[in-house]
Design a protein around this ligand. Sequence first.
Ligand code: 13P
Ligand code: SF4
Length: 304
Amino acid sequence: MNEKVKNEIIKLKKEKNFLIIAHNYQIGDVQDVADFIGDSLELSKIIKDVEQKNIIFAGVRFMAETAKILAPEKNIILPVADAGCEMADMVDIQKVLKMQKKNPKAKTVAYVNTTAEVKAISDICCTSSNALLVVNSLDVEEVIFLPDKNLASYVKRNTDKKIIPYDGYCYVHNQFNILDVKRAREKYPDAKILIHPEAPEDVQLLSDEILSTGGMIKYPQKSDFFKFVIGTEDGMLYRLKKLYPEKIFYPLRENPRALCVNMKKTTLNDILLALRKESGEEIFVEENIRLKALKSIENMLEIS
Ligand code: 13P
Ligand code: SF4
């Protein structure tokens, strides 16, 4: 059944000249029909260089929005309109403005997992792979860092600047705890434990490597290790197993697995319906907001 739908999608996307891109956390079936799979920033960046005007972005809203900010001339379609990011939606603009007023000497760094409005009131964006580089590049000693308190803790441990964190978190990564790491160490003593910096600080400190999803994709290739424990959303395991069939990957938490409900909303059928223009939402960002948010993203791209 799935094969039939996959073939239909592949035929339609060619006929209609659509490009399908999927985030690393998407379900395996969706990854299988995608032209590109990657982390949030990689996907947003490639959009400018592709010839297709119509793009189906299988991910969550802030990623599709970031793509639209960078490539306003493209039609970016989010196949499931209510696929949001709980962490991005946690940020209260008024609270950020208050933090900025209270800390007038600080610059504001916004993780790409934020809405266009939050990017628009920030000085610069960052991703989990370049957060430290971004913070250290700033010509100020104080930095408001939002929204993820766990990524903020990683930056704080590695910089001399004063980090003023927003109290946000990703519920998928924040659920990992030190027992998960201890259990994995006992069960798989010869595996490397890779943890995303959205995990709590005590979990990060017990890991072997702290890596973004993009970093986790590259790591096994250069490592002599054969087994890896993956401390991030479950979709990464499908991607890693497909890329490195000769290596073994285990989830950090086996029961229940770490699933992002919003990332898992998009099915093959949603992609098919979006291709037929029967569902999905075309993303628009108000021009005034887009230009300000673009500045924050461009400031990041300049240094990374
Ligand atoms: P990346 O930026 O590494 O793709 O991660 C996005 C995300 O949602 C992490 O939870
Ligand atoms: Fe947002 Fe967390 Fe889901 Fe990533 S895994 S999209 S940060 S809720």
